[in-house]
Design a protein around this ligand. Structure first.
Ligand SMILES: Nc1ncnc2c1ncn2[C@@H]1O[C@H](COP(=O)(O)OP(=O)(O)OP(=O)(O)O)[C@@H](O)[C@H]1O
Ligand SMILES: [Mg+2]
Length: 547
């Protein structure tokens, strides 16, 4: 599996583009240990991650990114602030709508999400490239994505890397830009850095929960000869810590009514900023503390005497945040329900919350083992990605989240199949009536896929066309036809069969590529007859022409 990607001769630079914080880690080709690049926060304290935010000036040029940007912006007086644009929440915006033309509006100005992310990545990655004197085009980028992202999201992130000038092609191959799932990377970090501490043994089961800003990602793994076997496919819910931020704003909106509508976007940003700093301390306790936010523009308002608003412990618990904790509890419970785990391992910023971990104690019994929160959990994803990028076969087995198949035809079942699918084959065919648009599954949902796995489908050249088009689909549930709900077009495989004669056979093979991708090969039975494949787009899948 590792063979076709040269993982060893390039420096791997892994990037964990987070909803609120991002990490970058370098694994030089001469080293075995990745190093996370550190960043100074607003108070000059060295951190393992940097804030995911960009500040633009009035000419819409990038002023700064990360902690530097937020320090600068939040120190500005309101009359200066109006000339600046502070952008956050790009990753969430992309999750909701994975469209490369997606825009975000700040202070009445539209920003392209791809452009903002590219501006961010360009400066953020410079911190690592400069430190290690690396040329962006000679490194291999390893980018992590949440477990609930699809091929469409990855396509947009590829565009971001291209726009940032980090890769030379719009659709680079895995040897240049590899994508990994965040929880799988976190699981590999646990294997690499906590193995001896946890005394991990073969056959033991671990549930790795990455509770971050945007998502809570989960992957269930066990150790097998020093490698990881993902026993259930990784999955995620959008109940990260920023959901608390959104719910708080919604609550204030209801509580303040018309007064809220009168607040400026700068007021709202001030509330958000105050909340972010209080949130960390609030969640250092196992119970709620009241929240107080100051909104200077409220003072003197006829309906409101004070310049601050207080939300009580009870309100926070019952009306604001309770649902998020319950959602996470239900989610973890639904997974623990199906298996027994020796360890429940929490990583990600949100797992620093004592309040959340108190809720998770209910699983102590169910997990039949320990709940672990590693002290450097915030770098787990980015560091695990560096290890996994170097050795993709660290994951010996994973389960497919989707079914993958091709559009195909089969004998028509009269009385059962819809007549609009009926196609009559001219001439002397043994099967004159065929049913079109069939989803011919090659990989099933939840199927175990190892590095040895492959599946073939045989094709016969039965026309004199020089190109045969094969459409690849994925399905999120069991489907019979490619136009059914839950079936998504994935890629168009154009096979050049001009050197083949009618009746010649070739096979289409699906296998696991180096990382979290499927690979498609086209294999002629007669090796002397060359077959070339053109793919209009492939993102989550790596495609290779088989000689
Ligand atoms: N003690 C705490 N209580 C609650 N939330 C916290 C605490 N400490 C950090 N956070 C939150 O954790 C988030 C950052 O965590 P992390 O770096 O894992 O997220 P991320 O990688 O940006 O998000 P994602 O992986 O979902 O894209 C922030 O939203 C921050 O407010
Ligand atoms: Mg994260």
């Amino acid at each position: 599996m590792v063979g076709f990607i040269d993982t060893l001769t390039k420096t791997n630079v892994s990037l964990d583009l987070g909803s609120t914080l991002s990490g970058i880690c370098v694994l030089p080709q001469t080293s075995q240990t990745p190093e996370t690049v550190r960043h100074d926060d607003e108070n000059g304290k060295s951190q393992l991650k940097n804030k995911t935010c960009v500040l633009y000036n009035s000419f819409l040029q990038v002023d700064s990114i990360g902690y530097e940007a937020s320090k600068k912006y939040f120190a500005m007086t309101d009359d200066v602030k109006v000339n600046y644009y502070f952008l956050t929440g790009m990753k969430q915006a992309l999750f909701i709508d994975p469209d490369e033309d997606k825009e975000m509006v700040v202070n009445g100005i539209s920003f392209s999400v791809v452009k903002v992310l590219a501006d961010y990545l360009k400066l953020f990655s410079a911190s690592a490239l400069t430190k290690y004197k690396l040329d962006p085009h000679s490194v291999r980028w390893v980018s992590t994505v949440p477990a609930n992202w699809e091929r469409e999201h990855i396509q947009v992130i590829k565009k971001v890397f291209f726009e940032a000038g980090l890769v030379e092609e719009e659709d680079p191959g895995e040897e240049t830009l590899m994508f990994l799932l965040e929880p799988e990377a976190a699981a590999v970090y646990i294997l690499e850095e906590c193995k001896s501490q946890l005394q991990m043994k073969d056959g033991e089961r671990y549930l790795v929960v990455d509770a971050g800003g945007g998502t809570v990602d989960v992957t269930a793994v066990s150790v097998l000869n020093g490698k990881l076997k993902c026993s259930r496919y990784s999955t995620a819910i959008n109940a990260g810590s920023t959901k608390l931020d959104r719910l708080l704003l919604e609550y204030l909106k209801t509580k303040l009514g018309d007064l809220y509508s009168a607040l400026s976007s700068i007021d709202i940003q001030n509330i958000t900023n105050q909340w972010e700093s209080q949130k960390i301390t609030m969640f250092n306790y196992e119970g709620y503390c009241p929240l107080k936010v100051t909104i200077p523009s409220l003072k003197g308002h006829s309906m409101y005497k004070l310049d601050s608003i207080v939300v009580s412990k009870k309100e926070l618990e019952t009306e604001v945040f309770g649902s998020v904790f319950a959602e996470i509890e239900d989610f973890v419970n639904s997974i623990l329900d199906k298996d027994i785990y020796n360890y429940l391992i929490f990583v990600g910023g949100f797992s620093q919350s004592k309040l959340l971990m108190k809720r998770m104690e209910v699983f102590q019994e169910l997990a039949k083992g320990k709940i672990v929160v590693p002290s450097f959990g915030s770098e787990s994803v980015v560091k695990g990605a560096a290890y996994l990028g170097r050795n993709p076969d660290k994951i010996a087995c994973r389960r497919s989240k989707h079914a993958y198949g091709i559009e195909s035809e089969r004998a028509f079942k009269f009385g059962k199949d819809d007549e609009k699918r009926l196609k009559r084959i001219e001439g002397d065919s043994a099967e004159p009536f065929v049913c079109t648009g069939v989803f011919s599954s090659m990989i099933n949902i939840n199927q175990e896929i190892t590095d040895q796995f492959y599946v073939d489908k045989q094709f016969v050249k039965n026309t004199d066309a020089s190109i045969i088009e094969i459409k690849i689909y994925r399905a999120v549930k069991k489907v019979n036809f490619v136009d059914e709900m839950g079936c998504v077009f994935q890629a168009d495989l154009k096979v050049d069969v001009s050197s083949m004669s009618i009746g010649d056979i070739f096979r289409v093979r699906l296998s696991l590529s180096a990382a979290n991708a499927l690979r498609v090969d086209v294999i002629p039975t007669d090796a002397t007859k060359q077959v070339t494949t053109t793919v209009t787009f492939m993102t989550h899948m790596a495609v290779n022409h088989f000689e």
